[in-house]
Design a protein around this ligand. Structure first.
Ligand SMILES: *[C@@H]1O[C@H](CO)[C@@H](O)[C@H](O)[C@H]1NC(C)=O
Ligand SMILES: *[C@@H]1O[C@H](CO)[C@@H](O)[C@H](O)[C@H]1NC(C)=O
Ligand SMILES: *[C@@H]1O[C@H](CO)[C@@H](O)[C@H](O)[C@H]1NC(C)=O
Ligand SMILES: *[C@@H]1O[C@H](CO)[C@@H](O)[C@H](O)[C@H]1NC(C)=O
Ligand SMILES: *[C@@H]1O[C@H](CO)[C@@H](O)[C@H](O)[C@H]1NC(C)=O
Ligand SMILES: *[C@@H]1O[C@H](CO)[C@@H](O)[C@H](O)[C@H]1NC(C)=O
Length: 531
């Protein structure tokens, strides 16, 4: 039994040795230029034999094909390929079969019967081979442009010169070689199983593709806390989308590159705007308490459309300065000559490996540069407190022209605008107002003349709270009840009306009215503010 196996194996090996591999286009000729060896003649380097055969898992370790490459724009001249054409029928004794370039199985009924086994291999008869027709036998077509004759290079190669102004995106170049096929004979006769060759000549071809990426990657990155109750990164309008590698024009299940988003930042202040208590450090970043550092690799099969990625639940509330970069990543740096190609050496600060460490990124663009973002959990309600006038205590009369200093404090993520008798007043950038705010008392026509100041606080989810002040000659009054949170999350009304205008500001009826809008939305009260 054992002996038999050895004999059979020996027979197979002997058979294989007798077979001659059919020829195909060779895009890695040596000596096509004075200074090139070992198939490293083409430009850019990603077309070198050395680069093309680097990745065994792409199935081109022996350099029998050309893999798609990605290039940036910075050429003094256009990309250039060199090729020595080849055809399955061009040498006596070559054995060609169904997988051979230029040998197409016939669609006959007989073929259908033999489907399971596939058509047989055929051997080219001695002296009955095909041959290339002459000096203008090789031509090429870039994209949809007109085909042009290739120039002769050294060492039996032809030069395929691509323009240096190709548009961004994928461009394929089809390379053609015309062979005299009038004398081809094989055994068994290939015509029984395969499409016939031309009676005079046949054009053999191969298609080589490259992807040009001159622009930086881009994406729209938005922060959202209102929709899913989690601090979420929304991503849309990503470019470029993932691009897959091809071997000639056959697709391979591997990305040449795909987009990557990287986001990082630390907490800078508390919910009420006071500076953040503790600086972030390595330990807190690992615990994701007050520091964000995360990669969001876009999935290999992504074809566009909006994406949402929630961030850690462990993030403390407060304001964060967040930066974000979009780039492309590749696991095949030798095939991608892109701007700023750089190996990623870090993992996510959380210690979670998102699988990008060790890969290469390029074409990066900074989308957010220390953008201020607020993080507030939905269990934390926005509260209003410390509403008062520091210039006019209870009962102090007001004269026209007095400087009145008003105070309030919202604890929550948002910003305020102010009006004085309905007209906008502002003491902060972009028309906003912040406490303390000083206003100048207006004229009083009489005892009962009232002026109002309204502070409108809007959170990023669009909910509104107001702090209302009023002044007459008799004094400044606060009209809005202030609150604080009970341990169970419910709101405790603390009081309103410094001047005692409403008597009992803590009345439950007022709480129901004043805080209703807030409480109604409380279930989704998770706010973010992008200033
Ligand atoms: C990438 O392209 C630039 C510009 O053509 C060239 O100078 C550089 O050598 C190339 N790098 C590789 C790795 O091919
Ligand atoms: C790809 O080619 C370029 C240019 O020859 C070279 O600098 C680079 O190191 C090559 N990359 C690999 C992985 O071989
Ligand atoms: C974020 O994405 C979610 C889900 O697609 C969407 O409902 C929400 O409106 C988006 N938020 C922003 C601020 O774009
Ligand atoms: C590209 O390759 C990835 C695997 O890396 C695969 O998931 C995806 O479906 C491929 N896309 C196309 C269009 O073939
Ligand atoms: C990011 O912001 C900092 C500080 O404002 C500034 O110095 C830097 O130039 C900005 N970076 C970019 C790429 O805009
Ligand atoms: C916070 O949001 C979650 C998820 O939507 C919800 O189940 C929970 O009841 C909310 N909590 C509060 C206090 O509103």
């Amino acid at each position: 039994m054992r002996l038999l196996a050895v004999v059979v194996l020996a027979a197979i090996v002997a058979g294989a040795a007798a077979q001659q591999r059919p020829n195909d286009f060779n895009f890695f000729p040596s000596g096509a230029q004075p200074d090139c060896t070992n198939g490293d003649c083409s430009f850019p380097g990603a077309w070198h034999r050395r680069n093309q055969t680097t990745y065994k898992k792409l199935g081109n370790a022996d350099g029998h094909g050309v893999l798609k490459i990605a290039v940036s724009d910075y050429y003094p001249a256009g990309p250039t390929l060199y090729v020595i054409p080849g055809a399955w029928c061009d040498s006596s004794g070559a054995v060609a079969g169904a997988g051979t370039n230029g040998l197409k199985p016939r669609n006959s009924r007989r073929r259908a019967l033999a489907e399971a086994r596939g058509p047989p291999a055929v051997t080219v008869h001695g002296g009955a081979n095909c041959f290339i027709t002459g000096d203008d036998a090789v031509s090429y077509r870039v994209g949809n442009n007109k085909a042009q004759i290739a120039e002769r290079a050294r060492g039996g190669a032809w030069k395929i010169a691509l323009p240096n102004d190709m548009t961004d995106g994928e461009t394929c170049v089809e390379v053609y070689a015309t062979y005299d096929t009038s004398k081809v004979v094989t055994s068994p006769p290939y015509e029984q199983y395969y499409e016939p060759l031309g009676e005079e000549t046949t054009v053999f071809s191969r298609k080589v593709c490259l992807y040009k990426l001159t622009k930086q990657a881009d994406a729209t990155l938005k922060f959202d806390m209102c929709t899913s109750n989690k601090f979420t990164l929304n991503i849309s309008s990503i470019s470029p989308l993932p691009v897959n590698i091809t071997m000639y024009d056959e697709p391979l299940p591997a990305n040449l590159f795909r987009p990557l988003i990287k986001m990082w930042g630390g907490k800078v202040s508390e919910l009420d705007g006071s500076p953040a208590g503790e600086a972030y450090d390595e330990l807190s970043s690992r615990s994701e308490a007050n520091y964000i550092a995360k990669y969001f690799p876009i999935s290999p099969g992504y074809q566009g459309g909006p994406l949402s990625f929630p961030l850690s639940d462990k993030l403390q509330e407060g304001y964060y300065e967040v930066s974000a970069v979009v780039s492309v990543i590749t696991g095949f740096p030798a095939l991608t000559n892109l701007t700023g190609l750089n190996q990623i050496t870090q993992d996510d600060a959380s210690g979670v490996n998102s699988g990008v460490t060790g890969m290469y990124e390029a074409a990066s663009r900074l989308i957010h540069n220390a953008t201020l973002v607020g993080v507030q959990k939905n269990s934390t309600l926005t509260t209003l407190s410390a509403i008062s006038s520091s210039s006019h205590a209870k009962g102090k009369p007001v004269e026209a022209g007095d400087k009145i200093v008003l105070n309030w404090r919202f604890r929550g993520i948002g910003s305020a605008t102010c009006t004085h008798d309905g007209a906008a007043v502002s003491n902060a950038p972009r028309g906003k107002c912040v406490a303390p705010m000083t206003i100048t008392a207006k004229d009083f026509g009489g005892e009962d003349t009232r002026h109002t100041v309204v502070v409108t606080f809007t959170d990023v989810c669009g909910r509104v709270r107001t702090a209302d002040f009023e002044y007459t000659q008799r004094g400044v009054k606060t009209l809005t009840a202030t609150e604080s949170l009970n341990a169970d999350g419910s709101i405790r009304i603390v009081g309103a009306g410094l001047a005692g205008f409403h008597g009992n500001g803590a009345a439950p009826a007022r709480a129901a009215g004043g805080a209703a809008a807030l409480l109604g939305a409380a279930a989704a009260l998770l706010l973010a503010l992008v200033l």
